[in-house]
Write a protein that binds this ligand. Structure first.
Ligand SMILES: N[C@@H](CCC(=O)N[C@@H](CS)C(=O)NCC(=O)O)C(=O)O
Length: 202
C-alpha cells in the first residue's frame, strides 16, 4: 500500500510526514500552495480537500483522510509494529488522544493568529500569553521525561511541529528548559531530520 501525503513545507503536515517516516510505511508526497490552493503538479487542491487545508492523506482505495490527529493515528494503526500509538481501547491510547487534542486545540489553533498579518496587536498579546501558559504546562509535564508518553508516539511529532513555530515568532523556548530539551531531542531523531530535509527546511 502506498499512500500520498499532501503537505506544505513546515506546516502542521510536517507531523504526519514525520510519522510516515517513523512508521516505515511507503508513501509519496505532493506539495500544496496554500495561497493558490494548487498542487505543485498544477492540480486543484480544493477538489482533494474542500477545506483547503493540509494535511490530507490519500489512500490506495481513493478515500482521503483529513485532520492531523486522525491521520497520525491511522498511520500508527496501519503499522502497529512501529509502536507509534498504544493499542486502541487501552488507557494509554486515550492519553495519546488527550495529547493530540490538547495540541490541536490549545497549541496549533492558538498559533494561527500569529501568522495572520491583520491580527490586532492587542489580540496578539493575548495569544502570546496563552501560549506561554500552555508551554509552562508542557514544561511541567515533561520534567524527568523523554517524551509525552513513555516513548516516542504520534503526539510527539505533532507537538514538535507546532512548538517549532515558536522559532519564527520570537518565542524563546529556553524559558521552558524541559520543553526546550524535549524539542531538541525530537529534532535530533533521524526520521525527523529526514522529513525536514525533504520539505526543504533547515
Ligand atoms: N483542523 C486541521 C487544521 C489544518 C490546518 O490548520 N492546516 C493549515 C496549515 S498548518 C492550512 O492548511 N492552512 C491553510 C488554510 O487554512 O487556508 C487539522 O488539524 O489537520
Amino acid at each position: 500500500m502506498t499512500v500520498k501525503l499532501y503537505f506544505s513545507p513546515g506546516a502542521c503536515s510536517l507531523s504526519p510526514h514525520i510519522v510516515l517516516r517513523e512508521s516505515g510505511m511507503p508513501f509519496e508526497l505532493e506539495q500544496v500552495n496554500l495561497q493558490s490552493k494548487k498542487t505543485k503538479a498544477g492540480g486543484d487542491f480544493l477538489a482533494v480537500n474542500p477545506k483547503g487545508q493540509v494535511p490530507v492523506l490519500q489512500l490506495d482505495s481513493g478515500d482521503t483522510l483529513t485532520e492531523g490527529p486522525a491521520i497520525v493515528q491511522y498511520i500508527a494503526d496501519q503499522n502497529p509494529e512501529s509502536g507509534l500509538a498504544p493499542k486502541a481501547g487501552t488507557i494509554e491510547r486515550y492519553h495519546v488522544q488527550e495529547w493530540l487534542n490538547f495540541i490541536t486545540s490549545e497549541l496549533h489553533k492558538s498559533f494561527t493568529p500569529l501568522f495572520r498579518p491583520n491580527t490586532p496587536e492587542a489580540y496578539v498579546a493575548i495569544v502570546r500569553e496563552n501560549l506561554a501558559n500552555r508551554f509552562a504546562f508542557l514544561d511541567s509535564k515533561l520534567a524527568g521525561k523523554q517524551y509525552l508518553m513513555v516513548k516516542f508516539t504520534v503526539p510527539d511529532a505533532y507537538c514538535f511541529t507546532v512548538v517549532g513555530w515558536s522559532k519564527h515568532k520570537d518565542i524563546d523556548l529556553t524559558r521552558w528548559p524541559n520543553l526546550n530539551a524535549y524539542w531538541e531531542r525530537v529534532a535530533a531523531r533521524p526520521k525527523v531530520q529526514e522529513a525536514k530535509k525533504a520539505e526543504g527546511l533547515k
